[in-house]
Each structure stands twice: as C-alpha cells, then as structure tokens.
Design a protein around this ligand. Structure first.
Ligand SMILES: Cc1ncc(COP(=O)(O)O)c(C=O)c1O
Length: 317
C-alpha cells in the first residue's frame, strides 16, 4: 500500500492496521458482523450497496440484520453510486457502505475527489466505508485512486474506512485465497477478534507465496498488458455495438443487449459462450433496474479464445 499509493511511512502499520484474510469475499461478508449494530439512532441500520454489485454485499447486509439500500450506478451516474445524494434520513441510519472502484461489473473508476467526498460522508454520518479495491491493479489509463491515498490527503487517519484488496485479480490467483483488510487499529482489532472465532488464519505456506506475489510488480504489469490487448480485440470485434465502451479498469465487458437473460441463453445455446445476465447482478429499486438490459463478459481466457468467443457473440447477437 505504501509503495503503490505513495503513503507516508508508518501511516499504515503492518502490525496493527492490516489483517490477512483468505480472500476478500469472506472479509466483505464478515465485516458486516463487526460493523452492524442492532439499531442506529434508535432505528433499523442501513447498509448502502451500489447497484449493480458483487453479490456478497447483499448477503452480508441481510445476514447481519441490516436493511440494504441499493444506490443506482447505471450509465446516467457514470456507473458509480452517488451516496452523497441520499436523503439525510437514510445517511443517519447508515452503518456500512460498500464501494467498489474499479467497479464490478462496469469498470468505472472513482476520482480522488469522489473518494475524499465518500470518506468525508462516512465520518460525518459515522458509518464504515468498505472500499473494495480488488481490481485496483487492472487499469488502462491512470492508476485508480485508493481510499488510503484519499485518507492520506485528508490527514492520514484510516478512521471510518476499511480497505480490502486481493491477489485474485492482480495476480490472477483466485485459488490461492489471499487478501487483506486495512483499517484503523481499533477496527482491525475487532475484525481480527471476529476472525479468531469465525475464521481460520491463512496457512503460513500460502502467506509466504502471497508475500512473494504482493512484492512483485513484474507479473502484474504483464497481466495488465494482456487485458489491454484483449480490450483492443473486443473494441475491434464489437465495433461500437451493444453500447460498447472500453472500461477504465477491471476485466469485464458490460454490454447493453436489450434483454440480458435472453442474450445469455442464446449465447450459451448457439455459441457455447457463457456470460452472466446483468439482471442477476443488480436489483430493481424505485422502479429502476440498472442491470436488466445488460450482460457481463469476463475476459479471463487467453487472447485467442477471447477473440473467438467475441466473434461468436457478435454473430449470434
Ligand atoms: C468486486 C469483488 N469483490 C471481491 C471479490 C472477492 O475476491 P476474492 O475473495 O477472491 O478476494 C470479487 C470476486 O470476484 C469481486 O468481483
């Protein structure tokens, strides 16, 4: 973190402010058990969830006893949720907010200004901002701002912020199950205590392998370059169809195909290409479903396979 975000030495103390986890999925889930009290200001607590979203956020909110509030992150919002536009009443009940930049599935990246606003909002309304940064190293322009960087710009404290990152995307090592949570010492103490009861410490051989991967940037640079090549292929093959845009980060395509579920069925049946209907990655809220017309493609195969899949997709759709 210190290297990647040029943080002042000692701002993130490895002993007291970071805890290794067996991938961030479990951490995203468990943090809700740490952060959601029975009530806030005498009312049912709220968890803010970008819409569309990584499904674990919703499971965590519901199982921790909170009310999930979906915040639209459709095209009109630049594919990022605007938590600061929420009513005071909602923000006063908020105990936890999940935020993902680069975003899954849209690949949008929050600016430094947006990150600072989010952290300010979390402190003003005293909720925990969980910054899910597992796609932070897959970018195709400027490196995405991390919440830690914004905290540094705001004076250096990680208060009200939990930062999560993972080797799954940056190192293409999802099977290794290695990630971390960083936050202020009090949060990390409470979270580590929860893990002591409800989790298992990552095994030392895995931690040694993980340390080697976190310490090396060469393979990450090569990984990023491979994704950039696949995005070039996608731009050529899709040629502006299906609302194609080249995402700023991540490894997905978020394509506007009209009826996502129908497209997914046809792609599987007629082309042998497996995609996820956007409808399954979002929820309808206030009469608006930000995922219904979309499909999500993960560009995680090699370049030739990806090119073949995209060609078949363009033919079938
Ligand atoms: C947005 C997001 N967050 C977190 C994760 C969890 O990754 P891991 O548990 O492998 O660290 C994923 C995995 O797909 C994801 O897409």
């Amino acid at each position: 973190m210190t290297r990647r975000y040029s943080l002042p030495d000692g701002m993130v103390d490895g002993e007291t402010m970071v805890v290794p986890v067996s991938g961030t999925r479990e951490a995203l889930f468990m943090i809700a058990l740490t952060a959601v009290p029975a009530t806030k200001n005498g009312e049912k607590p709220v968890v803010l969830i970008p819409n569309p979203f990584y499904q674990v956020y919703l499971g965590a909110a519901v199982m921790a006893g909170a009310e999930p509030v979906f915040v639209p992150a459709g095209k009109d919002n630049g594919f990022l949720p605007d938590f600061s536009a929420l009513p005071e009443e909602t923000l006063n009940r908020t105990v936890l907010a999940y935020y993902c930049s680069p975003a899954n599935p849209q690949g949008a990246i929050a600016s430094m200004g947006t990150m600072k606003t989010l952290i300010g909002l979390a402190r003003e309304h005293d909720f925990l901002l969980v910054s899910d940064e597992c796609y932070s190293e897959l970018y195709y322009g400027n490196p995405p701002t991390g919440a830690a960087e914004a905290c540094a710009a705001l004076g250096g404290s990680l208060q009200n912020v939990a930062i999560m990152n993972s080797l799954s995307k940056r190192s293409s090592a999802p099977g290794l199950r290695s990630g971390f949570v960083a936050g202020d010492p009090d949060l990390i103490r409470r979270f580590a205590r929860l893990r002591d009861y409800g989790g298992a410490p990552p095994p030392l051989p895995l931690l040694a392998a993980a340390a080697a991967l976190w310490s090396d940037e060469e393979h990450v640079i090569a990984n990023r370059a491979t994704y950039a090549e696949k995005y070039k292929v996608a731009a050529d093959v899709l040629d502006g169809n299906f609302g194609y845009y080249s995402p700023a980060g991540g490894f997905y395509l978020w394509l506007d195909v009209g009826d996502g579920e129908d497209a997914a069925l046809r792609l599987w049946r007629d082309a042998g290409v497996r995609v996820i209907p956007g409808e399954y990655l979002a929820r309808e809220a206030d009469g608006y479903h930000p995922g219904a017309g979309y499909i999500r493609l993960a560009l995680v195969h090699d370049k030739d396979t990806t090119a073949e899949a995209l060609t078949r997709l363009a033919d079938v759709l």
